[in-house]
Design a protein around this ligand. Structure first.
Ligand code: SF4
Length: 433
């Protein structure tokens, strides 16, 4: 049964309550590049995105955001637009006058809720005046000093942080709020949402939830990570809107998200734990989504530890090796067994100044033999190092066409040209591990 949640209107769209689950995505264009951003929004609209987010780092981006919104409305595209703000309360406040929704990351908005209180109440006032919704977007990698010192980077810390800011929303009777609790670790992500749902119920709050696994990477691995975790919660009735983050063209996120929601609607979770999967499907992508939806919740909740599969894809049976590789990826996505390096890669956004999709492919090609390591490929220095906190090695955008290589949280090689960086990363790992 679906969790009871408040209805929240975002522009002309309503989420929560019994409204259908909305699939959303985010532009990876520079917001100041209005032409490219409008073109990408049009493609996202055509792919079926219900909500589109744009990175809004400063006041100049707020002006560009307003221009993008106006151009889309002239094209009769009414898709709600969300301004994504991390560090500057004054930018969030300015964005609240032009966007349909503002996303803030409480761990970055202020050192703690007490210090952010005045700015946050101002933000709520502007949101109220302009009928703008708000997302409290907690990220596992950027919880802020206070949550970290009290709870460490745990699901409890994520929930505690969200509740600090939700309490302020409740105090000021502001109810156009959506919450998210993202992590690149699928188990932490699921635990954090469950923790928050329990905390909200105890506080008689029913804010709708935006689900997502952050920095999930690309290809089959990225799809499996996102789907395993999101499907576990959707099957439990938790979630009102979803984003499947992929380091790929954002339209692909919408295609995967829509397929997942449709699949779950038509295939309720089996009552008995699933230990063998059997399918006849038209594509590997369909298999990826079906298997992650059907088996993911049992693997993620440790009700089963391994799984068998037989499948026919477009009339062709899956070979033994293909089946084994597929199951390995599924088990890794649910964090049951690790047979490859773990890649943590952000989808890229307006802050990314190098070709992150190509870089991720190259880093994977150069490091696929390094089983047991976790390697992060992140688009920017602003959020990248914090968000890749769990990674052993990091490959982080450091300006136009430049990358800085990290060992854990320590930058080791600065401003390496992106062409040379994948090889430099392998050399570094081999020299220092
Ligand atoms: Fe954008 Fe990636 Fe930086 Fe996050 S880490 S702000 S998605 S470039």
């Amino acid at each position: 049964m679906r969790r009871h949640s408040n209805r929240v209107s975002i522009g002309g769209l309503t989420i929560g309550g019994t409204h259908p689950i909305v699939v959303q995505s985010m532009c990876n264009t520079a917001t100041l590049d209005v032409e490219s951003s409008v073109a990408q929004c049009v493609r996202l609209y055509a792919a079926g995105a219900g909500i589109i987010r744009l990175t809004t780092q400063g006041l100049t981006e707020v002006a560009a955001f307003a221009e993008i919104k106006s151009r889309l409305r002239q094209l009769k595209i009414a898709t709600p637009l969300v301004a994504d703000v991390h560090f500057l309360p004054e930018v969030a406040i300015a964005a609240a006058a032009v966007a349909d929704k503002v996303r803030i990351n409480p761990g970055n908005f202020a050192p703690n809720a007490e210090k952010g209180r005045a700015s946050f109440f101002k933000l709520l006032e502007i949101c109220n005046n302009h009928h703008t919704a708000l997302r409290i977007g907690v990220n596992h990698g950027s919880l802020g000093i206070e949550a970290l010192s009290r709870f460490g980077d745990t699901p409890q810390g994520m929930s505690w942080l969200a509740m600090q800011w939700l309490n302020m929303c409740k105090e000021s009777n502001f109810d156009k709020v959506v919450v998210s609790m993202k992590s690149s670790n699928t188990r932490i992500m699921v635990a954090a949402y469950r923790e928050l749902v329990a905390a909200m119920e105890a506080a008689e709050m029913a804010y709708p939830l935006h689900l997502g696994v952050t920095e999930a990477g690309n290809g089959r691995e990225g799809r499996l990570k996102g789907t395993v975790a999101i499907a576990t919660l959707l099957h439990q009735g938790i979630g009102d809107t979803i984003r499947v983050s992929l380091t790929e063209a954002p339209e692909n996120e919408v295609i995967v998200g829509k397929s997942m929601v449709e699949y779950i609607k038509n295939h309720p979770l089996s009552h008995a734990p699933v230990t063998h999967l059997s399918y006849r499907l038209p594509s590997m992508e369909a298999l990826t989504i079906a298997a992650a939806c059907d088996a993911g919740p049992f693997l993620l909740d440790r009700k089963v530890a391994d799984i068998g599969i037989d499948a026919e894809i477009n009339g062709q049976p899956l070979s033994k090796e293909e089946g084994r590789d597929f199951v390995s990826d599924l088990l890794q996505a649910a964090r049951c067994r690790f047979s490859k390096p773990e890649y943590i890669a952000c989808p890229g956004c307006g802050r990314t100044l190098f070709d992150i999709e190509k870089s991720l492919e190259e880093v994977k090609a150069h490091t696929s033999h390094l089983k047991g390591l976790s390697i992060a490929v992140m688009g920017c220095m602003v959020n990248g190092p914090g968000e890749m906190a769990d990674a052993d090695w990091g490959y982080v955008g450091a300006g136009k066409g430049k990358v800085t290589l990290y060992r854990g949280q320590t930058p080791v090689l600065h401003s390496v040209p992106e062409r040379e960086a994948p090889e430099a990363l392998v050399k570094l790992i081999e020299a220092l591990r």
